[in-house]
Design a protein around this ligand. Structure first.
Ligand code: ARG
Length: 588
């Protein structure tokens, strides 16, 4: 079905043509002066150049052609050439019944051919998730859900960092602490133990220790680099340790991502791309794209139009070692082979923007990927503390994601302590509200912007917050429960009636924006647009709820209409928060 803007644009197209003007000028947008009108068309201003006429005159001629239209209750031409439109209650009511019947609020969610891979999360094995991993996880998750809702074939991949120095550091520290372990016995040829020689708690202590120690002791660092090289060369004892690290880490990562309601379709790892490297490098050499520069193999990626220096993309170090770049390029080769995507979206800290620019250019230049595949970098800003610096623990350390989550759950639980609810319901509600506080607080900001984590504001039940949206959904659920409890039936023939007042009109106009909102959120990789939608709709609904008698309305048809409208709002809000990766509790 057509969106409301499409329907209006169609009406305007006809009117432009009837008035003797090109219909290309008939573009309709939501009004930026809602006090004057609901929709506007600025086409007459643009048409002035072509027709050498005063825009306001042309606007007037177009408006005349719309005088009989049942779509509008008011259309006027305004100086210097705007066409201001307000739709008729009958049209709006009818449109609501259509979107209710469509099952997807008028949005085209039909299956699409395109395959999209979303690389997000950014987790590394052996390192616990910290607040720096929060944004790429929740933004990526939302982008994935939005695209999937629209019918695209979407594959979310965590692309685990498992092939770098962190593994060498753990191996080295393990060797120092327990040299007797069989993994370090080079003459050993038997099977290695199934049980890992460490727990996740051990790993979480070992890695930071080894990382710090290596920064202060050069020979230790060299040992770790050597261990990394041996692992990458396939020494089986180290491969066995690496496998243990993956098993222990992945189980823990899944547990934490699960708490965040973030789920990946693929748990591919950097190491999975390694087999693709030799052929890829050979081809880059054969095709003459790669050359030796100071011993290293590089591909130049600068372009004439560059305004800033874009350094070459390094493929192999002078000692032959591969790099983060090499792995990312090989991952593109691997993804093409396994999934043939038409789009790959990377949601990663924006400080990696230059890096991805190099990788994308190199992939295009060396023809690893064709022009028909979009490579998109969505760089996220940082979540900062009240001091405007990256969020830290009280003693200045890196805050673990689980600790942040626990803090917010505690805050929300305190706020809900006096609720008349079972302990179980309270816990469920606190978990969901806390997640909404964190994720909505994050997603309501543009992905690329930094923001300040504000516990007080994010957990507030009022204002533009996650808890406020959930509260509105819970209010609608309890309204529906009341309807059921009082045996109020809404007959099969019942429809949403034309709006009779501003609060009803506003709810309907908000709902009518769903389709455009989701499309824009998809095209621009912008979950904050979904946040704006759910906030505006929640606000409109709460005003409607205050201003109109719903369950107690004496007029049966009106009551049914309000119930249907409320139900539609509830469904739209629940769909909206699902795209944000949130769930609403039954009570709160
Ligand atoms: N693990 C990386 C990091 O911690 C982020 C991975 C982002 N994705 C990618 N394909 N490079 O920085």
């Amino acid at each position: 079905m057509n969106t409301i803007l499409e329907i209006l644009a169609q009406e305007l197209s006809n009117a432009f043509e009837q008035a003797g003007y090109d219909k290309k000028y008939a573009k309709v947008t939501v009004s930026n002066r809602p006090d004057l009108c609901q929709f506007q068309c600025n086409g007459a201003l643009a048409a002035a150049k072509e027709y050498h006429k005063a825009p306001v005159m042309m606007a007037g001629e177009v408006v005349e052609k719309l005088a009989e239209s049942a779509t509008f209750s008011e259309v006027t031409a305004q100086a210097p050439g705007f066409i201001n439109m307000t739709v008729s209650p009958a049209f709006l009511g009818d449109y609501m019944n259509q979107i209710a019947a469509s099952g997807s609020f008028g949005c085209d969610t039909s299956k699409k051919e395109k395959t999209i891979i979303i690389d997000y999360g950014g987790a590394n094995v052996a390192k616990p998730l910290h607040v720096g991993h929060l944004r790429p996880a929740i933004i990526g998750e939302s982008i994935k859900r939005i695209a999937r809702y629209l019918g695209y074939h979407v594959i979310g991949d965590v692309h685990l960092g498992d092939w770098g120095l962190q593994i060498g550091l753990i191996i080295t520290e393990l060797k120092h602490r327990s040299p007797e372990l069989v993994y370090f016995d080079e003459s050993y040829t038997g099977e290695y133990p199934k049980e890992p020689p460490f727990t996740i708690a051990d790993l979480e202590e070992i890695y930071p220790y080894a990382s710090k120690y290596s920064k202060e002791h050069e020979e230790y660092k060299e040992e770790a680099q050597e261990a990394t090289a041996q692992l990458q060369a396939g020494y089986r004892g180290y491969l066995a340790i690496w496998q243990h690290i993956i098993d222990v880490s992945v189980a823990d990562l899944k547990r934490v991502y699960d708490k965040l309601n973030v789920e990946f379709d693929l748990w591919k790892k950097e190491s999975d791309a390694q087999p693709y490297i030799p052929d890829m490098v050979q081809k880059m050499k054969d095709d003459g794209y790669a050359h030796i520069d100071e011993g290293a193999l590089v591909v130049d990626v600068k372009e004439e139009t560059d305004t800033k220096e874009i350094p070459p993309c390094m493929i192999l170090k002078s000692n032959g070692a591969t790099l983060y770049n090499t792995t990312d390029l090989a991952t593109i080769v691997e993804r093409r082979k396994l999934f043939d995507p038409q789009k790959i979206i990377y949601v990663v800290d924006k400080r990696q923007a230059l890096y991805f620019e190099q990788v994308f250019r190199c992939a295009r230049k060396t023809k690893i990927i064709g022009e028909d595949v979009d490579l998109i970098f969505v760089g996220n800003g940082t979540m900062n503390g009240q001091d405007g610096k990256p969020f830290k623990t009280r003693d200045g350390g890196v805050l673990r994601l689980e600790a942040l989550l626990a803090d917010v759950v505690k805050e929300v639980s305190d706020k809900m302590a006096d609720r008349d609810m079972t302990e179980e319901d309270k816990k469920d509600a606190a978990d969901k509200v806390a997640l909404a506080a964190i994720k909505y607080g994050d997603l309501s900001n543009q992905a690329a912007k930094d923001y300040i984590f504000d516990m007080e504001r994010f957990t507030s039940f009022e204002g533009n917050t996650g808890p406020y949206i959930l509260y509105t959904i819970v209010r609608i659920k309890s309204l529906m429960n009341k309807v059921a409890a009082q045996n109020i039936t809404v007959s099969e023939e019942a429809v949403i009636l034309p709006p009779e007042n501003k609060s009803q009109t506003d709810v309907m106009l908000s709902l009518a924006k769903w389709s455009e909102t989701v499309e824009a959120a998809y095209v621009e990789q912008a979950p904050h647009k979904i946040c704006q939608f759910v906030y505006e709709l929640s606000d409109a609904f709460n005003k409607f709820y205050h201003d109109n008698k719903i369950v107690t309305n004496e007029d049966e048809k009106v009551r049914a209409s309000y119930i249907l409208l409320s139900r539609l709002v509830g469904q739209a809000l629940e769909t909206g928060i699902d795209l944000l990766g949130l769930k609403a509790p039954e009570k709160m």
